[in-house]
Each structure stands twice: as structure tokens, then as C-alpha cells.
Write a protein of this length. Structure first.
Length: 59
């Protein structure tokens, strides 16, 4: 059976290669977690927090 890649998998792969994207802001100063929360994507918020905590441990 082939595993289907999810958005979460994609975000995890991208952020593991470029963790600074977690803190990247748009023109309004909003980070990815701000936008995820604003638009009600609670699973994404949890994932971003989890990834940030993992990266903090590695530093």
C-alpha cells in the first residue's frame, strides 16, 4: 500500500529543511501559526507548535 502524503507531512519535510520558515512573517507581521489560528486550522497550529518545540530541543 502506498502512503499518501498529507499536508502535515509536507509541512514537516519543508520545515525540517528550512526551520526559519516557522518565524517568517508576511507584510502584516503574521507568522504561519498566526495565520493557521486565524483561519481555524487547529491541527496545523498544533503541528507548528510541535515542530517548533522539536527544533528548540535540537538547538
Amino acid at each position: 500500500m502506498i502512503k499518501r502524503e498529507t499536508r502535515s507531512d509536507f509541512m514537516e519535510q519543508i520545515l525540517s529543511k528550512c526551520p526559519s520558515l516557522l518565524l517568517q512573517t508576511n507584510a502584516k507581521g503574521q507568522t504561519p501559526s498566526h495565520l493557521a489560528a486565524r483561519y481555524g486550522h487547529s491541527a496545523t497550529v498544533k503541528l507548528l507548535i510541535s515542530l517548533a518545540q522539536k527544533l528548540e530541543m535540537e538547538i
